[in-house]
Design a protein around this ligand. Structure first.
Ligand SMILES: Cc1cc2nc3c(=O)[nH]c(=O)nc-3n(C[C@H](O)[C@H](O)[C@H](O)COP(=O)(O)OP(=O)(O)OC[C@H]3O[C@@H](n4cnc5c(N)ncnc54)[C@H](O)[C@@H]3O)c2cc1C
Length: 302
């Protein structure tokens, strides 16, 4: 029987574990993929406070892991498949068929950036292809870049990049945007943003770095080459919370919480990118994890 099981070993999960471990709670992290989550798959984190010259994502998360383990956190590589309430507490069942009992749970499973799924995308990740302007925009000062998408986050990304890059193309597969009107109005009067409407990306080309996008007109089928040094894919995130079906309600796959990271189920907390929230960054995931760790400690004392 564990006091706390944390699902996900990203910035939120490890931050929560550091707090529950220091509070002497028997803590287990279950991780289905890469230790360190999305942060550990990012080359340079340039905006996490305390690192004036940036920090490698793998190195940062390795330190998170060591710190959590120093306070007794155990880690098991397994995927959580479902959760049930039982008389003794909560039962977690994994894809490999193992069962774990725990008094409390922190869900910190993050969300994956939705990919375009075109030729060249995987090849040029970190070499022109990015999924986060706040994270990587600063590398494209005075460059030509493109943003792909038509929602709120794509328009925001374009406006953010317009202050950094020389030229920003906003590529959208439709005519209209699903974004806040004030942001759309601002985008339309920003001189260095050019709209490429009714276009989809059919491939990404380059050599050692990306050099251009091949755009296809959805009406005529005509293709054009667009020279850009960077492309920011902003077509949404994919939360993976199917395993919560029948246990906890989600909103578009995301988990609503209060400011203590409590969900609608007593003893179950959520932290990091998987929460209903606006800023999905390493620093905010850390903040959520800390709050969840402290709240769980209080809950178990009671
Ligand atoms: C390409 C990219 C670049 C980024 N760059 C920056 C940056 O420069 N600065 C910045 O602040 N932010 C950046 N971000 C955002 C940042 O990575 C996230 O905000 C942060 O990782 C959120 O942490 P998390 O702990 O909530 O989730 P994650 O890091 O996503 O970790 C969640 C973990 O849960 C695991 N998991 C999921 N489902 C299960 C399951 N059922 N069972 C067991 N384990 C499970 C996953 O495998 C994963 O390891 C970037 C994101 C991406 C994708």
């Amino acid at each position: 029987m564990y006091d706390v099981i944390i699902i996900g070993s990203g910035a939120a999960g490890f931050s929560a574990a550091i707090y529950t471990g220091r509070a002497k709670l028997k803590t287990l992290i279950l991780e289905k993929g890469v230790i360190g989550g999305n942060t550990a798959q990012t080359d340079l984190i340039d905006n996490y406070p305390g690192f004036p010259f940036g920090v490698n994502g793998v190195d940062l998360m390795e330190d998170f892991r060591k710190q959590a383990e120093r306070f007794g956190t155990e880690i098991e590589m397994d995927e959580v498949a479902s959760i049930e309430e039982v008389a003794e507490g909560k039962k977690i069942i994994t894809s490999s068929g193992k069962e774990y009992l725990t008094r409390a749970i922190i869900i910190a499973v993050g969300a994956k950036r939705r990919e375009l799924g075109v030729l060249g995308e995987d090849e040029f990740i970190g070499r022109g292809v990015s999924y986060c302007a706040t994270c990587d925009g600063a590398f494209f000062g005075n460059a030509k870049v493109a943003v792909i998408g038509g929602g709120d986050s794509a328009v925001k990304e374009a406006l953010y990049l317009a202050d950094i890059a020389d030229k920003v193309y906003l590529v959208h597969r439709r005519e209209g945007f699903r974004a806040n009107q004030t942001a759309i109005d601002k985008m339309k009067v920003t001189n260095n943003i050019e709209l490429k409407l009714n276009k989809v990306v059919s491939s990404i080309k380059g050599d050692s770095l990306m050099e251009s996008l091949v755009l296809k007109d959805v009406n005529t089928g005509q293709e054009e080459d667009l020279s850009v040094e960077g492309v920011f894919v902003s077509i949404g995130l994919v939360p993976a919370t199917e395993f919560l079906a029948g246990f906890l309600e989600t909103v578009d796959g995301y988990i609503p919480t209060n400011e203590n990271m409590e969900t609608a189920v007593p003893g179950v907390y959520a932290a990091g990118d998987i929460r209903v929230k606006t800023a999905r960054q390493v620093a905010t995931a850390v903040g959520d994890g800390v709050v969840a760790g402290m709240a769980v400690t209080e809950y178990l004392k009671e």
